[in-house]
Structure formats: C-alpha cells, structure tokens
Design a protein around this ligand. Sequence first.
Ligand code: UDX
Ligand code: ADP
Length: 460
Amino acid sequence: MNPSFKKKILCIGAGYVGGPTMAMIAHKCPQYKVTVVDINPDRINEWNSENLPIYEPGLYEIVQSARGKNLFFHTDVEKGIRESDIIFVSVNTPTKTFGVGAGMAADLQYWEKTARQILECSRSPKIIVEKSTLPVKTALAMERILSSANNGIHFEVLSNPEFLAEGTAVKDLENPDRVLIGSSQTPSGLKARDELVEIYSNWVPKDQIITSNIWSSELSKLVANAFLAQRISSINAISDLCEKTDADVSEVAHAIGMDARIGNRFLNASVGFGGSCFKKDILNLVYLCRNYGLTEVADYWESVVRINEYQKKRFILNMLKAMFNTLADKKICLLGFAFKADTGDTRETPALYIAEKLLEENAKLVISDPKALKNARKDLKGVSGDISYIEDPYEAAGGCHAIAVLTEWALYAELDYQRIYTSMEKPAFLFDGRNIIPHQKLYEIGFNVYPIGKPALKHF
Ligand code: UDX
Ligand code: ADP
C-alpha cells in the first residue's frame, strides 16, 4: 500500500449507497485509501469491471478515476476490517418479513452481523459510521455490541445518513444540500466527528456540513424521507379530486408551488412513489411511534403509505373502467418499469403492482424500459401470465390496445406517437402515470388519453 495514505477507510456493503458514496470520497480525497467490501462476489466483480452493478449517470467516470489508485473493491471483509481506521456500514436494512414487527420494522440482521464481525476482527481503535438508514437508537445498540468484549479497543459510533437520490447520485454526492454527522457529545465523540468533517471538507463547503447529536441524525434521515413521500401522497390525493372536478393537478401544483413557503419541487402527481427508501422508512417511523405509544402520530404517517397504495389501485381501476371493464386478452404495453427515471432499480416500483394486477385481469403484457428489463424479469419470475420484454418502445407498443407510461424516462415524451398509433389496435388508449406525454397532441392523433389528475381526453 502507498505508505503516504493519511487514513484507511472501509465501507461494508457495495450497494446503491455504499458504492457511489465511496467512489466519490475516493475521487475527492486521493490522500485516503478507500476499500469497499461485500459478501456478494458477483457485485464485487461488477464493481471491478466496465459494467458496474448499478446504472447511475456519471458514476463510471468517477469510479474509473480512482479505481486501482485509492479505491478498491473486494470480498475479504475481515481483512478490510483489520486494516481500516474508519468503517462505514452500508449493508441493507430491509423491512422485516417475519416475527415481531413484520412488514413494519427494519430487519437488522445484516447490520448486527456486521457489528459483531467488526468486534471480532478489530485489533485497533476505529470510528464506525452508520450509513445505512436505521431506527433511532441503533447507534446505542451498535455501541453495546462493540463494547461487549471488553478488549480495550475503543470504537466511536457516528451517524452519517446518506441523502442521495438514485439517478442523480453523482450530482447529489458532489453537490449535497447538506452533509449530516451525528455524534455523541463526549470528547472522543467530538474528535471522531471532526475526522469525518475533515473528509467531507475536501469538497463540501463547511457551512453545509452540519453536526448534531446522534439520535437527531438518525431520526432526521427517516423524517426527510417521510416529508418527501408525504408531499407526493399529498399531491396524489389532490389528483384524485382534480379528476372528479375538472381541475388540473399540474396547474394546482404550479399555483401552490410558487408560494416560497411550499416550494415547487416534488409536486409531480404520479402513479405512486416507489424506491427502496420511502415506504420502508415511513413504516420504520410508524413502528417507532407505535412502540412509544404514539398512536395518532403513527396513524398520521401511515396514511402517507396508504394513499400511495390507493393511488396505484386507482390507476388500475381507471384503466379497467376506460377499457370497457375488461382487459382479458388485451395487449398492454408498459412504458417503463424502473421506479423512477435514470435508474435500472425496480425496488418497490409501482410498475410491479400494475403489472401483477393487469395479469390478474388476464391482460397480455409487453414491458419496455431502457435500463430495468433485467430487474423486471427477476421481479416477475414465477408470476404466471403472458409477458414479453422488449426494449424498443415502437416494437413494444405495436399491436397493443393500450399503453401505460409508468416511468418518467425523458425519451417517452419524445417518441413518434403518430407512428405508434398507426401500429396499435383501435380504439387506442394511453394512460400517462407520470404526466410526461403531450396529451393534447396525442388526442389529436387519435388516442384516448388518461392523464393523472386532469380531465381525460376521449373520442367517445
Ligand atoms: C429518496 C430520497 O429522495 C433520497 O434523499 C433518499 O436518500 C433516498 O430516497 P430515491 O428513492 O432514490 O431517493 O428517489 P426520489 O427521487 O426521491 O423518488 C422516489 C419516488 O417518488 C420515485 O418513484 C419517483 O418517481 C417518485 N416521485 C418523485 C413522484 O412520484 N413525484 C415527484 O414529484 C417526485
Ligand atoms: P442500499 O440501497 O442501502 O445500498 P443494497 O441492497 O443495494 O442497499 O446494498 C447492500 C449491500 O450490503 C449488498 O450488496 C449486500 O450484499 C451487502 N451486505 C449485506 N450484509 C453484508 C455483510 N455482512 N458483509 C458485507 N456486505 C454485506
């Protein structure tokens, strides 16, 4: 190893968070050695190849700039722990599927295994940084595990939640709104915090690096995601009312968004939010509130998830109603399967729910997406029905009775819809679950157009 490295950083977990975050730290801080380990050898091989395991605009360039110089990916977790000074823990914390708290609480088994492994393999003091989203007070549990051996090695636990969004991870990491670091307020806690502040100071302005106590930091991550999801559920709830009253949800969003107190971002009505974080984090928050007996608070936040489920269901019912209450044997093209544009990620994607419900109606599906077909295939493996996967949107839509736009890929707004219309069964329907298609133009071509939260444009 280059002896001039200032410190050795390890990240356990080479996923959507760990991989890009460490690549950015390595890229911006050549004086640190950054190693990323994962128990999944396929993932590590991909991080070491030209085909990274996740699609993220600009990521390959960042990885390439540092890989082999001060950024390394491998599977030897124990060696990584032994050699490091600072360990970021970025393993998955999905929603528990069994036992107490099933369907609500975070499943901490991967996280706890990692804590125990750090304890077992460490021969020197270390700073442990929680990157994964965790329930409040997890740092306390981490501290308890790490101090259980009484071996004289001091571990200082920090919370440093990641706020990057998929599809814009590189931009978000390079130019974050803020970096949050929570620590205990003891001298060793503050010293560890300062070490982490020093790393981020290599590219993030000092006034955007904020510090807090460790519990506020853990809670802020859950609350940030809950507030963002709540905005989407709020505008989606209003989209339902707009459809009944001939108001237009985009006009409403524009009008309210110009109020600086409300702000204009995150007000796009849609078929529903997806992604690995929003639902999981809100349910985590709800579980926490219920644990503390805060029934009203828990019910309030749970309603954000309920509205999201309702929005997806409403989309299907609208399709069914518009298409004469029968979808059996009709061929339907899903434009987009990723949970949002510019990613191949399909975790919690509304498209999966829509696909399953359409198949239950005996519709035939043609699924199209520029980056998510591999994941779509995996998600629908074992689901019975007539499904084909075609990346080219023109070929996918050919011969279909309807199109449902489920991901806001920019390319879907610019397709030659005259050509598509000509190739479809008539009457041709288009359900725009993202409000990105030029509705009036499509109506004039001949489509029956059903946006979200706007009057439908029908020829009958
Ligand atoms: C989110 C948070 O934004 C990020 O800060 C956190 O670190 C992880 O969770 P992500 O899930 O990657 O990021 O994507 P995001 O851009 O927040 O979108 C989430 C979902 O909401 C997507 O399905 C998106 O299509 C949907 N969405 C977003 C809307 O339906 N309408 C909007 O106005 C914005
Ligand atoms: P996120 O979106 O939070 O980054 P991912 O599921 O993409 O979550 O990534 C988490 C990664 O953590 C996975 O690649 C998984 O293999 C890895 N992982 C889980 N448990 C361990 C462990 N004990 N040691 C090392 N890596 C782990």
